[in-house]
Design a protein around this ligand. Structure first.
Ligand code: CP
Length: 309
């Protein structure tokens, strides 16, 4: 298989396992390019990409921009805070104005779930979802699974626990879809108040005891508490959350086997994970960031090859 089954990357839910493996093998090639002295290829020389960020981002935004530049695409950047969105312009008008400047692909982060799907039905460009509210963050899940494959040799048959704020997390949902499609077993762990009501229908195990979850897993993906998406209090205090669900060396030392530690970032050091754990040899957090560039190059390259000219 040399082509994706989808026209846009809107989420992991609509990808096939073959799509994911094609993205991984393409990313393997781009990772080799990124380790060369000259880290650039001409693959997207005639393609223009607009990065539209209606929400803050450090990793995803820089990673997409680097991926685009490594592929020799022309890149324009847009952030809502410095645009005419604040003057009342709609999303479709904003994007159509950008597309009138002959843009081929749009990478978009937006606070509203489904924003990418909506846009893909209204405009002709290829759309890549860089995170839509609490819905999906497909390239994060792809780089997470790619990093597990790199560290453990395979994702198939591995046991992965996602710990923390599952309710507000687009990373959790995309990870669940991606890991299951690749044949991993997935558990979620956190307070009952931070579990969506539908969680069991996704076929995951649910655990509320962090030590039991760690005893079960090969990999622990520690999520940030998303206070910016929480309109009510879901637990009494941050300190109480950390006491029950924060990962420290003291807890990890109770588990008599190696566990790979992941975090999508940004990290709240001392809340969901201590600095000692984040910077330990078990942690692949910076490998995740490094792999993000190769994964995003692969996604952009594969979608660009479907542009009709
Ligand atoms: N992991 C992630 O999406 O980080 P940013 O919000 O910094 O892009």
């Amino acid at each position: 298989m040399s082509e994706l089954s989808v026209e846009h990357l809107l989420g992991i839910k609509n990808l096939t396992p073959e799509d994911i493996n094609l993205i991984f093998t393409t990313a393997d090639n781009f990772k080799e390019v990124l380790n060369r002295p000259i880290k650039k290829v001409p693959s997207l020389r005639d393609i223009t990409i607009a990065n539209l960020f209606f929400e803050n981002s450090t990793r995803t935004r820089l990673s997409f921009e680097l991926a685009e530049k490594r592929l020799s695409a022309d890149v324009v950047n847009f952030s809502a805070s410095s645009s005419s969105v604040s003057k009342g312009e709609t999303l479709v008008d904003t994007v159509n104005n950008i597309l009138a400047m002959k843009v081929d692909m749009v990478v978009m982060r937006h606070p509203n779930p489904g924003a990418g799907v909506f846009l893909s039905k209204k405009v002709s460009a290829k759309i890549v979802n860089a995170g839509d509210g609490a819905h999906e963050h497909p390239t994060q899940a792809l780089l997470d699974a790619f990093s597990i494959r790199e560290k453990l040799g395979t994702v198939t048959g591995k046991k992965i626990v996602i710990v923390g704020d599952i309710l507000h997390s687009r990373v959790a949902l995309s990870n669940i879809f991606c890991l299951q499609k690749l044949g991993a077993e997935v558990m979620v762990c956190g307070p009952t108040t931070l579990m969506p009501k539908y969680i069991k229908s996704l076929g995951v195990k649910v655990e509320h005891d962090l030590v039991k979850a760690l005893e079960w897993c090969d990999v622990a993906n520690m999520l940030r508490i998303q206070l910016e998406r929480q309109e009510i209090k879901y637990f009494p205090t941050i300190r109480e959350y950390t006491l029950q669900f924060g990962l420290s060396m003291e807890i990890l030392n109770k588990i008599k086997k190696p566990i790979t530690i992941m975090h999508p970032g940004p990290i709240n050091r001392g809340v969901e994970i201590t600095s000692e754990i984040a910077d330990s040899e078990n942690s692949i957090i910076l490998n995740q960031v490094e792999n993000g560039v190769a994964i995003r190059m692969a996604v952009l390259y594969l979608l660009a090859s479907k542009i009709k000219r």
